[in-house]
Design a protein around this ligand. Sequence first.
Ligand SMILES: *Cc1c(COP(=O)(O)O)cnc(C)c1O
Length: 366
Amino acid sequence: MEVPYLDLSFANLNHKLALLAAVERVIDSGWTILGKEVEQFEMLWASYVGTRYAIGVANGLDAMIIALEVLGVGPADEVIVPSNTYIATWLAVSRVGAKIIPVEPDITTFNIDAAAIQKAISPRTKAAIVVHLYGRPCPMKEIMEMAGASGIFIIEDNAQAQGASTDGQMTGSFGHINATSLYPGKNFGALGDAGVITTNQKEWSEKCRVYRNYGSQNKYENELLGYNSRLDEVQAAMLSVKLEFLKENNVFRAHIANTYNEQLSGIDKVFLPTLSPGNVWHIYPILVERRDALMSYLKENGIGTLIHYPIPAHLQKAYAHLGYQLGDFPIAEKIAAEILSLPIYPGMRPEQVEYVCEKIKAFFKK
Ligand SMILES: *Cc1c(COP(=O)(O)O)cnc(C)c1O
C-alpha cells in the first residue's frame, strides 16, 4: 500500500468545478488584484475567525512582517519567539531589524506559554510571536492576560492552526494583530501563495492596507516604506470557495489523530502528542529516539513521513551571526532530532491509517 505524506486532491480536485467557476468569475470581471473577491474573502475570514478586520496579503511571512511594522517594532526592540518553529517566525523579526529572543517550548505541547514568555521579558521587549505549532492552540487566555499586565504586544502566527480554537474562541483572534499563512499545504490554503492579517483595531487594519500596497493609499502618493504584498483576486475567489470545507476537513484530521493515539499508545518507545479539544492537527508529531531508522523503514513500506523541522532556527546557517551553538536550546534540539510527522490529511482512507499503525508497531517488534 502507498500512503503519501500529504495528498491535496481531496482539498482541491473534489471542488474543481466550484474552483473553476470562481476563476471564471475573476476572468470575466477583468480585475485581478485587490478587488471585490479580496474584499469578499476578507469579510468571510474576519467573520469566521471573529475579528473586526481581515487584510489579505501575499503570504504568511509578509503577514507577520507587516504586523510587526504596524506595531512599530524596529531595531531598538526585542521580540520573543519560540525556539521550535518554522523559520518564517524568526525571519519576520529579522526583517524589521529587531532582536530575536528565543524561548523554549513545553516538550509535551510543543508550544510556549505565558510563564515562559514572561521570564524572557526585558525592558526592551515590545512583542512576542506565539505559534500554534502543528495545529495545537497556545493557552491564549493566560498569554493575553500576562501581556496586558506586562505591556507587550502579542502576535499570533496562525499558519498551522486555521480553524483551531481555545477557551471558546478561534486562534487568530486573540493577539493584538495576527498573521495567517494560506500556503497550499496548510489546513486551509490557496492554490498558490496567500496570507491574511487579522485585528480588532481599525487604525492598524488601515495601516496594513497601506503597507501591503507600496505604503500607498492614494495612487502614487507614498506615506510609508511599504511592501508589494497584495492578495490576488483569483486566490481570494478560490479561498472563499474552500473556506466552506475547512471545518469538515479539520474534523477529518481529528479522526485520524484519534486513531493514531489509540493504536499507537501501547508502544513505550513512542512519545505521542496529547489530545486537546481545539487542536486542528496540521501535523501529527511523534517523538522517537530511533527516528531516522523508523522513517526509512516506513519509506521502504510505501509510507511518506516528514520532519518538522530537521534544523532548529538557531542552528541554521542563516542565523550563524547570532552565535548560537548546539546545546543552547536543548528542547528545540531534542524535537529536531526525534520528531516524525505521520501522514494526516482529509481524504486519507481508514485502511491507510491502519496500515501506518501496523507498520510502526511492526518496526518496534523487530
Ligand atoms: C507556513 C508557515 C509560515 C509561512 O507562511 P508562508 O505563507 O509560506 O509565508 C509561517 N509560520 C509558520 C509556523 C508556518 O508553518
